[in-house]
Design a protein around this ligand. Structure first.
Ligand SMILES: Nc1ncnc2c1ncn2[C@@H]1O[C@H](COP(=O)(O)OP(=O)(O)OP(=O)(O)O)[C@@H](O)[C@H]1O
Length: 250
């Protein structure tokens, strides 16, 4: 399968207002279309900042981002239609039911009712939420909320899906369900860009990874190629080899 260029970032810098330290510095990446791409790094490395810039939630201070489809650049308006974002913080209404949340967010994307109903029911089914579809989300477990968060981010079938720690704080069953569904989305042609601290999970699903530390790119490449080049038995060993053992508490 030919992977066309999907997203190209050039010299991205991010200086938050009132901050005197760059959260991202001179970061350049080329992300192919149709793969799972992992943004990895220690606490405070800049992963959330980068994913938020990539999907247009916050602006970069300097640098450029271009999106492509089948090798052709796409406009800002087109970009907004083809991306989906699953944030680390839950982005739904606790007092509404799972079904009402999906209906609400589906309507925000202007999905016609004839398509929205079947799409909503399909997502509830594959993410194991059918039996609780009519319950208020405030009664859900952490894993159920994570799965609903994912369903909302993909209700409009995005071509580019950004996920910020999609499996944080969930049990093995929910993690498996989420990972399985991400693989299904990739098989359907989606480009998935995700951050995670679960390195075994990242090793399982990422075709390529970028390792970031202190806002700078440390290394980038195919998961297998990086392990081989650095003679690392797994991603955790590679991570420690390249970022050191020091804590990142401040
Ligand atoms: N709104 C903000 N204002 C100022 N500084 C910020 C802001 N958001 C993040 N930062 C800083 O930018 C740097 C990168 O933070 P970011 O949240 O992107 O890292 P991360 O890799 O996602 O970390 P974690 O793994 O802990 O979620 C950190 O030093 C952080 O303190």
């Amino acid at each position: 399968m030919i992977n066309h260029l999907g997203i190209e970032l050039a010299d991205i810098c991010k200086l938050y207002p009132k901050s005197d330290t760059f959260s991202l510095k001179d970061l350049s990446l080329s992300i192919p279309q149709g793969i799972v791409y992992g943004l990895l790094g220690p606490n405070g490395a800049g992963k959330t900042t980068l994913i938020s810039i990539l999907c247009g939630i916050i602006p970069a201070t300097t640098g450029s981002i271009r999106y492509f489809d089948q090798g052709q650049p796409i406009s800002e308006i087109e970009r907004r239609q083809v991306i989906g974002f699953v944030p680390q913080d839950f982005a739904f209404y606790e007092e509404l039911t799972a079904k009402q949340n999906l209906d609400y967010f589906g309507a925000m994307y202007n999905i016609p009712a004839a398509y929205l109903g079947p799409r909503r029911d399909e997502l509830l089914e594959v993410l194991g939420l059918s039996t609780v579809a009519h319950k208020a989300v405030s009664t859900f477990s952490g894993g159920m909320k994570r799965r609903l968060n994912l369903a909302i981010g993909i209700i409009h079938r995005p071509q580019y899906l950004f996920l910020d720690e999609p499996t944080v704080g969930v049990d093995v069953q929910s993690k498996e369900a989420i990972v399985r569904y991400l693989k299904t989305l990739k098989q359907g042609g989606a480009t998935i860009i995700y951050t995670s601290h679960h390195l075994a999970e990242a090793e399982e699903i990422c075709d390529r990874i970028a390792l970031i530390d202190h806002g700078r790119l440390v290394v980038e490449g195919t998961t297998g190629g990086l392990l081989e080049n650095h003679e690392a038995p797994n991603l955790q060993a590679l991570f420690l080899q390249l970022t050191g053992a020091a804590f990142r508490d401040q």
